[in-house]
Design a protein around this ligand. Sequence first.
Ligand code: PXL
Length: 275
Amino acid sequence: MVKKILTVAGSDAGGGAGIQADLKTFEEYGTFGISSITSILTVDPKTKKPSIYPIPIDIVEKELDTAFSGGALDALKIGLLGSLPVIDLLEHYLVKVNQKNIVLDPVMAVKTNKDVLQPELVNGMIKKLMPLADIVTPNLVEACILSDMPTIETEEDMRKAVKKIFDLGPKSVIIKGGARFKGDVATDLFYDGEQLLFIHEDKLDTVTNHGAGCSFAAAITAGLAKGLTLESSVRLAKKYVTSAIKHGLYLNDFTGYVWHGAFLEATNRMTLGDD
Ligand code: PXL
């Protein structure tokens, strides 16, 4: 049976991250994607400044009513929340339907801008959504905020941060050190209360990484929906997103999108056959 997954996130006007990354990734995993859009995110081409346009809360409520009309989904991913009332609303639904396989991508910063987006939402997210999550997927900036650490520069810092974030109540955490982590290799750290697992990959020398974080979390969600363990979901998601970055699409010399269809060579699909 095809697994059904809901993403509650922002719509990326660029098309590589947010809801767009999630739905494309779910499809690549052979799962059925449903979306509740919390906000629309645009980026000014000149200043690189992102803007968030929240969807009115009564509309988000109707979206969630529609999405949950058959009860809990096989898995659920949370991305950009967009506005404060979305947190309470979402918590209400997750508890009501007893939703399992919840992936929380604590989106607080986008690559084009180092400022924290919507800092007023962080506490609500920590208190209400973190304890419901099977896995939380912060990048280094988000991990510093969640662990209340000024910097994370060494593997020792990462160990300390991952444990502090785990203590906020999720079943597991993966810190995406990625290419921004100091040193020669891209380093992530997974922790589920028992196992501390470093995942190392070669650093990829490319700018085609817009959407990498969202696609990674979406891939973990799809893995869980298909019955993989947390560790296997994380390992497969890492391979999926590495391939998506490697085969990314340039938008200009400075930036580009990950290619969500790279892992299974979607460019070769639906071509006209000879007969
Ligand atoms: O990668 C963070 C992110 C999350 N959600 C939306 C985005 C972005 C980055 O651009 O657009 C909607």
